[in-house]
Design a protein around this ligand. Sequence first.
Ligand code: AMP
Length: 276
Amino acid sequence: MLSARAALGIGPGAGTLALVPTMGALHEGHRSLIRLAREHADHVAVSIFVNPLQFGPNEDFSRYPRTFDADLEVCAAEGVSLVFAPAAEEMYLPDRQVSVSSGQMGTIVEGSFRPGHFDGVLTVVLKLFNLVQPDTAVFGQKDAQQLAMIRRMVADLNVPVTVVGAPTVREPDGLALSSRNRYLSPADRVTALALSAALREGARHARPAEILRAAGAVLDEAAQAEPPLVLDYLSLVDPATFTAVGDDHQGEAILAVAARVGGTRLIDNVIVTLTH
Ligand code: AMP
């Protein structure tokens, strides 16, 4: 099979290629990744693939938004050189056996609520790397554990791709952009603002107990709203390992939250700096 690199005629010494993997339904967050990718390479490829492997049996795979024509327009407007949008049957052989294991790190925090999710993510990302053969790949900090797991895979499996993290793009009121935001009713959206508000409150503090208390208070209040916010987790973790940080931790940590509002599951996080 021809790699995307070969299809673009990027041979040795003929320029660099950055990949932005997405599941489509492209929004301003994806656009920011594409722009960052352009700063890192001569050509940008975007993959659009709603990966069945990373969805659990009771998750939203079948109703996940698919807006391919609009996505192609976004890619054209952003000067993307190549869009790779395979069908599921092209990506996965019916008799496939071998996949990537995300290890213990894939079973904690987000992984404890979505068994098998990170195995599915890492398997598709490694396949996309092999098919496209980019020099660089850009991922959003919005999915912080995904970014950490991809860095882990690249280190553990000596994958020859440079991983670049991109900051989270938000609505003016703080809501992190997500393809799933279109599921939110106007009332859901008001309740959903508690995720980013909680993270903001938490980030005003510098000690783990205070950070968690301040963020937790905002989420507790939203749990009484109509519709209520139903919390999956609020965790303060090491950015590289996603293990919980204790009071002795110095430097950066990630305050991560996941919650359901109406039928929609949302995640968000911020980087906080811990001092004693
Ligand atoms: P998705 O299409 O949701 O799988 O996301 C594709 C890429 O876009 C992932 O690397 C995400 O982390 C990133 N992304 C999603 N939402 C945002 C956002 N609001 N800001 C920045 N990057 C994002």
